[in-house]
Structures are given as C-alpha cells and as structure tokens.
Design a protein around this ligand. Structure first.
Ligand code: GAR
Length: 221
C-alpha cells in the first residue's frame, strides 16, 4: 500500500556523496515516488555532496562542529535544522560522525545508515580492509536503522559481493559501493511505501516480492 503523503527526507553527509546522488537519481527517476529531498546537512565545507545538492536545487546547510562544542550540542543544531525542514526520515550517507542519543531518540527507527560490510561482521571504520585481512569470501553492504550503538541497529536490507583473490581495498570498496547505490534507494523506497516495520531486532518487509531478492543475492560471475 502506498503512503500518500510525500516523505520528507533529510540527508547527512561528510564526503563525496555518491550514495546521496543515487538517492537523488532514484527520486528524479520516480523509482521512489512519494518522497522528496528536503535538506542536505554537511559537516565538511569541502564535501562534494554540497555541489550535488546545488546542482539539483536541494536546500543545503553546512554545520561544522565548533571548537570545544559537545556532541549533544552539535546534534541539537542538527535536530533543529531537520525539524525546520519538517524531515520525517533521516539518511546517513557517508556521515562520518557518531551521532548522540539525543538525535537517535528524536527519530526512533527513522534514521537509516549504510555500512560497507555485512553487519554484524566488521562494524566501525576501515571495514573493507578488515574484511580482506580476515579472509572472508563475501562482503557487501547493509542498510540499517540507527540505534544507540555503533552499526548495531535493526537490519533493513543487505547485499553481498564476492571477495576476489586479487582484490585490494580499492577494488573491493568499489564493488561494494556500486552495490550500495542500488541498496540504499531500495531501502528508502520500501520505507516510503510504508512497508517496513520493526519487531524487536527484525525489520519486517511487508509484501516482500521474491524478485526484489536480486539485489541482495546477486548472481556471481
Ligand atoms: C560509503 O561506502 C558508505 O558505506 C561509507 O562511506 C562511504 C560514503 O561514500 N559509510 C561509512 O563507512 C559509515 N560508517 P559516499 O559519500 O560516496 O556516499
């Protein structure tokens, strides 16, 4: 069943914003129908994500953490910015900060993050390197709701990619990132259609279509 009201999305990013771009493209192509990007909030002034927002006429706000500013105080400014744009869903798209309980509590099960590994394996940073060092044969990406832990929230969808013999951090990261660009818009589409519900740690996808499984279980070439 489609959600009739337009879902207002706020994106938090720190860097290049290729995931942000994938979401822009999916909304412009109407793959995600009932949603709009209401604001981009960036914590880095040279983040290329800002250029992407400008190009697509998406309001953007640069919010740098001030010297000595506490995490909670910084997050209070984020919450204010999100509320002033009536944001209902917050998307962390390469936002390289740990967010405070304050922000999580303001948007319970309404903040999504994408992580470049198959959680609960390899939470934290430098995870493509950790996957290579561990010797896993598959890695991938995970979209999850954000809870008070780091990369611990209920998993929405995941996609696997093979780890190849001659992979470097760069080649594996590129393979995962390509998959991220499919996965994140898909998770947002499901949310925007009102099809996600959280039961304990499990995210239930209403009316899941077997065909949608092609993203999470890609054929190995
Ligand atoms: C992505 O690979 C994303 O999964 C990762 O940062 C990259 C951002 O790329 N996020 C994290 O590691 C969060 N802990 P992008 O700016 O091109 O979307």
């Amino acid at each position: 069943m489609e959600q009739k009201q337009t879902l207002k999305i706020g994106v938090l990013a720190s860097g290049g914003g290729t995931n942000f771009q994938a979401i822009i493209d999916a909304i412009e192509a109407r793959t995600i129908k009932c949603a709009e990007l209401s604001v981009l909030i960036c914590n880095k002034k040279d983040a290329f994500a800002i250029e992407r927002a400008k190009k697509h006429n998406i309001p953007h706000i640069l919010l740098e953490q001030e010297k000595g500013e506490k995490r909670e105080d910084y997050d209070r400014r984020i919450i204010k910015a999100l509320q002033s744009h009536n944001v209902a869903l917050v998307i962390l798209a390469g936002f390289m900060r740990i967010i405070s309980h304050l922000l999580v509590e303001s948007y319970p099960n309404r903040i999504m993050n994408i992580h470049p590994a198959l959680l609960p394996s390899f939470p934290g940073l430098d995870v493509q390197q950790k996957a290579l060092e561990y010797g896993v044969k598959f890695s991938g990406c995970t979209v999850h709701f954000v809870d008070k832990g780091v990369d611990t929230g209920p998993i929405i969808i995941q996609a696997a990619v093979p780890v190849l013999n001659d992979d470097t951090v760069d080649t594996l990261s590129a393979r995962i990132l390509k998959k991220e660009h499919q996965l994140y818009p898909e998770a947002i589409r499901l949310f925007s259609e009102g099809r996600l519900s959280v039961e304990g740690r499990r995210v239930i996808i209403k009316d899941a279509d077997e065909n949608e499984d092609t993203i999470t279980n890609p054929p190995i070439k």
